[in-house]
Design a protein around this ligand. Structure first.
Ligand SMILES: [Zn+2]
Length: 265
């Protein structure tokens, strides 16, 4: 059941997607959040092989997360646990798409960088973004996170400040995650993370050394994801093989509209 996804409209609330897919295909179907499936994929085939306690983060259009603890995804009673992009890192920060204030996603995600790029352009702070907007038929609406990253590389001070702010927020959040979850690994995927590489990960490692508790801080490694954009496809195999014969995952299917979560396998 898709219950209330924060970045989609009312049409996507309370949709029994797995049941409808089963009816249409005549095959068993299982629904899971993309980041949870990505964590299963990295666990089975990628950066977290043989690691039972890790966090998966994706920094892309949004910031998503998943928590694997003792080899199992942490779901919580409603299946919503692991939304690591929706924690506050700025008391008076920007409003998030979910309605929260100062969330990591509202600062470090692609949509946040695009929003901040348009604001920098409107203030007249960025010659680089002004040139990019002028070169596009869509004008300022065409600006996205890639423009900001490329502006930093070109020496534009406003773009460099935005990227540094995004990396700082990500680093602070990672140090908090280490204190909260004591993971062996933080696996970081997503298009922005892929493009930034160690420019994103190294500040997180430094902030963990500086600000996290020494014991979990000295254990954890912050590493890039290995499976690229097909990670959720790779995760479908362990997802289905882990649930196929487990009747608990089918317990709520008969009552369409039920929001009860069947619990983890
Ligand atoms: Zn949020």
């Amino acid at each position: 059941m898709i219950v209330s996804p924060p970045n989609l409209g009312q049409d996507f609330h309370d949709i029994p997607l797995a049941t409808e897919l089963e009816a249409a295909l005549g095959l068993p179907a299982y629904l899971e959040r993309d980041t949870n499936v990505a964590a299963l994929g990295e666990h089975a085939f990628g950066a977290a092989r043989n690691v039972e306690d890790f966090l998966y983060l994706t920094v892309s259009t949004g910031v998503g997360g998943a928590i694997m603890t003792a080899g199992r995804l942490l779901h919580g009673p409603d299946g919503t646990a692991g939304e690591l992009g929706h924690i506050s890192v700025e008391l008076d920060g920007p409003l998030c798409g979910c309605g929260g204030t100062g969330h990591l996603e509202a600062i470090s995600a692609g949509v946040a960088l695009a929003r901040d790029a348009r604001a920098a352009l409107a203030r007249g702070d960025s010659p680089f973004l002004a040139a990019r907007a002028a070169a596009s038929p869509q004008g300022p609406a065409a600006l996205d996170a890639r423009d900001v990253a490329e502006g930093e590389d070109a020496g534009d001070l406003a773009c460099a400040a935005l990227m540094a702010h995004a990396r700082h927020a990500f680093a602070m959040a990672c140090a908090g995650f280490v204190n909260a979850f004591n993971p062996d690994l933080i696996v970081v995927g997503g298009s922005i993370a892929e493009h930034q590489g160690d420019r994103l990960l190294e500040p997180a490692r430094a902030e963990i050394r500086r600000g996290a508790f020494p014991t979990p801080g000295s254990r954890v490694r912050v590493v890039p994801a290995q499976l690229g954009p097909d990670v959720s496809l790779a995760g479908a195999q362990p997802l289905v093989s882990g649930r196929l014969d487990d009747e608990r995952w089918r317990a709520g299917r008969a009552r369409l509209g039920a929001t009860e979560f069947p619990g983890r396998p």
